[in-house]
Ligand binder design. Sequence first.
Ligand code: 13P
Length: 255
Amino acid sequence: MRKKIVAGNWKMNQTLSEGKNLVEGILAGLPALNESKEVVICPPFVHLSQTAAQLDEYEHIYLGAQNCSSEASGAYTGEVSAQMLQSTGTHYVIIGHSERREYFNEDDALLARKVEQALATDMKVIFCCGESLEIRDSNAQNEWVGKQLKSALFHLGDLLMQRIVIAYEPIWAIGTGRTASAAQAQEMHAYIRHVIASQYNPVLADNMTILYGGSAKPSNAAELFACPDVDGGLIGGASLKAEDFLGIINAMMAS
Ligand code: 13P
């Protein structure tokens, strides 16, 4: 069964006390979630234990991290391993965000190792893909995204692939206020599902959650989530205000 998910990626925002208040605000207005409609909160690493404690008694709202190391353990100063994340109560880890690819030079081979580390625990991966404006303008977005998926994920067997959530985040829509149109999102999501069906099988592809990310907000979430292949969103800026994030969650509940 395909799940719908709204996930908040706080990026490098919120002090510990600000984060606590934000989570309190979200929990205060949270609708009744269920097995097929989940929420994920992805704060910076230093928040994880605090947020885990806040979410402890709630169902179907999960903790996510924004990154993990490509190594299992050892002398890697400043890194945080997948196993450490899991020990805080983290269920999801975002891998391959365009900001990590661009500012921290994370390439496909490194991302494939990070995915393996995360899946070696019980966690699930929110794997991000998406093209630049230049690639979109030259109408090469499908090939680009297909290659990103192939390079970092397609070595996985069926069982591991079932623990991947894909997030399509066109770079030109991230933090720009310029959302992809519902038609653009649907077209790419359908393409991603098609590629996964060809590489794996149609059932696995049909069950896979594919999120949209990039300037999603309460005012456009309903239209995006109404697309048959858009199964929710990965939300940046609008996840930092409880009211906005709840508006997007409510759009998922109604979809
Ligand atoms: P915005 O919602 O701020 O555009 O960010 C999207 C994003 O990058 C989520 O990972």
